[in-house]
Design a protein. Sequence first.
Length: 89
Amino acid sequence: MAHTNSALKRNRQAKKATLRNRAARSVVKTWLKKTRTAIDAGDAPKALEAFRRATQALDKAARLRTIHPNEAARRKSRLAKSIAAIAKK
């Protein structure tokens, strides 16, 4: 247990940050899953809409440093590549 006032405050801040980060990660995971599901089904319009939302969620999480910006870029790139493949068909 923390004893100093500064340590107690850091614990409070860490709890709030953990909840914020968990919520942001959850939103990202949800849209990534919806995008992958639409890609697997071959539904290009639905995949594009889900990809747009996933991109927004990834960018926001990266901006807030919940995830690393390179991770966001990598995930967006891989999804875009998959969507381009089904759009070709």
